[in-house]
Design a protein around this ligand. Sequence first.
Ligand SMILES: *Cc1c(COP(=O)(O)O)cnc(C)c1O
Ligand SMILES: [Zn+2]
Length: 455
Amino acid sequence: MPYRAWFSCVAGCPGQHPLSQVIYRCPACAGLLEVVHDEDALGKRSPAAWMQLFDQRFLRTSWPYGSGVWGKKEWVQPMLSADNVVSLFEGGSNLFWAERYGEQLGVPDLWIKQCGTSHTGSFKDLGMTVLVSTVKQMRADGAGIRAVACASTGDTSAALAAYGAAAGIPVIVLLPANKVTAAQLVQPIANGALVVSLDTDFDGCMRVVQRLTDTEKGDSGIYLANSMNSLRVEGQKTIAVEIVQQFDWEVPDWVLVPGGNLGNVSAIAKGFLEMQRLGMISTPPRLVCCQAQAANPLFLAYERARAAGRELNLNDFEPVSAQPTLASAIQIGDPVSLPKAVKAIVETNGIVLQASEAQLANASARADRTGLFSCPHTGVALACLEQLIEAGTIGRDDRVVVVSTAHGLKFTEFKAGYHEQRLGFDSRYANQPVSMTGDPDQAIGELHRLLDQRG
Ligand SMILES: *Cc1c(COP(=O)(O)O)cnc(C)c1O
Ligand SMILES: [Zn+2]
């Protein structure tokens, strides 16, 4: 196998740890690990040859390369045997030109990357396929892993439960009681996971799962699937490669993404920066990390740095107590991937913004009026896009991509509440169904009157 990858400390401690090792933190400094690839080996293939190979495989059926993630296998998890790949044909999600919406906003070259149009309805599938495949290989090689566990704000557990079920690996999910939607709760139940509802918030669930999967007092036999596990980042970084691929290997000017635990913004930056180092692109796009005002610790750090007139730095950060938000998947006050996200923002000349509840909901509803069906997290990114256009930071000639992170159908309670004016602020784009009798003459007359009203 000519390509190799290993875990290394993000803070730069020496040492390489095999991807088959049960290890989540740097043994020297307890900091985050990241997957590092042998870029000398990858660089022996020319950029044009990589592009050709990725294009040849894209969305075809030759196992496992038709998956948007596994089509880039050499860049993701090169040492995995194809027999152990657990894939549900993730990735390859639609990147569409939001023509009418972009026209309304004044950015005609606006595109939506529908990462939520996926097997379990969120981008979490992209990372979970890599993690569960690696666990399958470790089990095949004799590692004593009894189960895989995660704490979740809803979408991680849905993805883990599906991939675990596809592989026949037991799954434990810890959810904060009453903080996930009905769809998100029913997904791991349907897939047969051991579903536990804890009387705490996400950060509290995270503390429990870390103890459960702790390796300090010997091997617990339970493998941690949270985004502290940097295998997931390798799958999610293919979002960046795929966006460029879908533009026939051209780079957009801006990529906006909602951020909670900050794994995804880190992953997308990693994808662009690796492409740059391998000569596939000359500069990365500017990344915009979009937070809910109710859970905005990275935004506050960014503002502190900006007020002091310097680059964003880890020391600017303080955790917050995350308040309830409609964007429930990003209600996180102490994000696990913070150090990676700080690097991501700095190295892509990025920006961090926030959106209030009314802003995210109205932005989401406005976009829906042009044919989208956006989840509240995507609404956060859309609200931040509106702010950047208003400020003149994003201009008419810019090519902009908004990463939509989940399928709107997972969040029907949010949509219904919005259109019924039940969210505690003015729903500017509320649309109510109209009741009529079954009498054709009455109904038809009434319909024409309503159409006239709409103009
Ligand atoms: C997980 C998730 C996010 C946040 O991603 P992070 O990597 O935690 O920043 C955003 N939107 C949705 C729908 C998610 O499931
Ligand atoms: Zn370290």
